[in-house]
Design a protein around this ligand. Structure first.
Ligand SMILES: Nc1nc2c(ncn2[C@@H]2O[C@H](COP(=O)(O)OP(=O)(O)OP(=O)(O)O)[C@@H](O)[C@H]2O)c(=O)[nH]1
Ligand SMILES: [Mg+2]
Length: 415
């Protein structure tokens, strides 16, 4: 239970002080009604009318002296709840699919056996999780079920979700973190085939970094068509950052050269470079990207610091083969998985991580500016299973309360 409870507390919020007091009060009242065993009497000797009110008053007074400032812990709590809500909303389609299918499986196969595992494998493969990843995940589940002696599929739910996080994290070094440092010009190159969401992602990233107080600049490296240059300019205006561009058909490497000079001049922290997605073949793509990288690397040591590959989650297995192609031609440092909100097969995240060994750094959860979020496996599984997590925790709490009540009854009945 502890894993689901931790996710629920983290992303849906712990009960507020008032809710907790109400729960305490209800419990005190119900135990008063029932019986008064020796232990409980101590609690109920508290003033009847205002149980536990005193400890409540004090922090409130302290808080007033604070001029309404919140602590770092409170701030982090609010931020993680906002993140939980974003993933919950963005993964709605996938969640409906995952939860419904898993609940159906659990209802159909009540006992943990080979038939259940095979059906689970099939379900996960259909949800784009990827064959090898599914095999690994389900093998681990078999072992874990045996180790913990889990007989009923209902009791395996939490382990399934927990294993999804583990399988994502297993090769991990903190690699979801962007290689951005203060005090230097950071260069991000955005690559990917046409229509996957590169330009939109650049706009969203610029907005995010600007909001963090960074000076951001954009480079219109997709010179393949005038529309692409204009689209980036519109984003620049919308977000309020400069866009360096040349005319349609010019050499993207020359745009990079200009942009880096301008960025250095203006003390820019983060330069994000758009690239063309519609080159005819792999050799052209490789030449163009290599030339851009060479120009960037000559002007800024160790740059580009990130080469982000945009993949469209709705294209499923096709996204995986695009990633393999790009990996062959350039050193991709991270994935931006866009349009996760548009697919019911959100399992693609796991396939990318496990089969390509490239970290997913951001996910696109919708079309609004703040719908691009840093990827993190716990927010992700919360988004995929939120209702199941919350329901299970609540049911468990009810069971615990009932057990406590019944335990309270026993001595009374014995009397
Ligand atoms: N729902 C949803 N739509 C998105 C997301 N990211 C991008 N889009 C949409 O995807 C479409 C294509 O996005 P672009 O940013 O133009 O894609 P691109 O890779 O730059 O395309 P080219 O410049 O043609 O190569 C746009 O309509 C975006 O609004 C997302 O996370 N969710
Ligand atoms: Mg574009």
């Amino acid at each position: 239970m502890s894993f689901f409870k931790r996710l629920k507390d983290k992303f849906a919020g712990k009960p507020t002080e008032e809710e907790k007091e109400l729960q305490d009060l209800e419990q005190t009242e119900s135990s008063e009604e029932d019986s008064k065993p020796a232990e409980k009497e101590e609690k109920s000797t508290l003033p009847e009318a205002k149980p536990k009110e005193e400890p409540k008053e004090e922090p409130k007074d302290d808080f007033d002296f604070d001029d309404g400032l919140i602590s770092i812990e409170e701030f982090e709590e609010i931020e993680s709840q906002k993140l939980g809500a974003k993933f919950r909303q963005g993964l709605e389609k996938s969640r409906e699919n995952f939860q419904e299918q898993l609940n159906n499986l659990i209802a159909r196969y009540r006992t943990v056996d080979e038939d259940f595992f095979e059906a689970l494998e099939e379900m996960l493969i259909t949800a784009d999780v990827g064959f090898n990843t599914v095999m690994e995940l389900v093998d681990e589940l078999r072992t874990e079920a045996q180790r913990r002696n889990i007989k009923e599929t209902e009791d395996l739910k939490e382990v399934i979700v927990e294993k999804i996080v583990e399988i994502y994290q297993q090769e991990d070094d903190n690699s979801e973190v962007m290689n951005l440092e203060d005090g230097r010009l950071n260069v991000i190159l955005m690559v990917g085939v046409n229509g996957v969401g590169k330009t939109t992602t650049i706009g969203k990233l610029a907005h995010r970094y600007k909001a963090e107080g960074k000076k951001v600049m954009l480079a219109a490296g997709d010179t393949f068509r005038a529309g692409a240059i204009n689209q980036l300019k519109v984003w620049g205006e919308r977000v309020g950052v400069d866009v360096i561009s040349q005319s349609e058909g010019s050499d993207p490497a020359a745009v990079m050269y200009d942009a880096i000079n301008a960025a250095k001049h203006q003390g820019v922290d983060i330069l994000i470079c758009d690239t063309a997605g519609r080159l005819q073949n792999k050799a052209n793509l490789m030449n163009e990207l290599e030339k851009m990288k060479r120009v960037i690397g000559r002007a800024v040591p160790d740059a580009p610091h990130e080469v982000l590959l945009c993949l469209d989650a709705t294209t499923g297995q096709n996204a995986l083969s695009q990633a393999r192609n790009f990996k062959d031609v350039t050193n991709v440092t991270g994935i931006v998985l866009t349009k996760l909100d548009g697919t019911a097969k959100g399992g693609i995240v796991l396939a990318i991580r496990n089969e390509l060994h490239i970290p997913v750094k951001y996910v696109g959860l919708g079309e609004r500016l703040d719908d691009l979020q840093p990827f993190d496996p716990e927010s992700y599984v919360y988004g995929l299973f939120a209702d199941m997590i919350e329901q299970t925790v609540e049911e468990h709490q009810e069971e615990t309360a009932e057990t406590t009540e019944n335990d309270g009854d026993t001595p009374d009945e014995q009397k």
